[in-house]
Design a protein. Structure first.
Length: 58
């Protein structure tokens, strides 16, 4: 399972396999969501997490 946390404007979006799973107002809440999902996941399958930050001007 591949998870991604993406910063977009003032939100953090949790995605998996190209689908949006949730939106949060802060990064900690988004990462906590993924941690909960991984605790419930099949441990025999590999998992990865990536975090993408929006480009800051300047």
């Amino acid at each position: 399972m591949r998870y991604e946390v993406v910063e977009d404007a003032d939100e953090w979006i949790v995605r998996s396999e190209g689908f949006e799973l949730a939106r949060y107002g802060d990064q900690d809440a988004a990462l906590h969501d993924i941690a909960d999902r991984l605790r419930d996941a099949d441990t025999s399958a590999p998992a990865s997490i990536s975090v993408r930050y929006r480009t800051r001007p300047g």
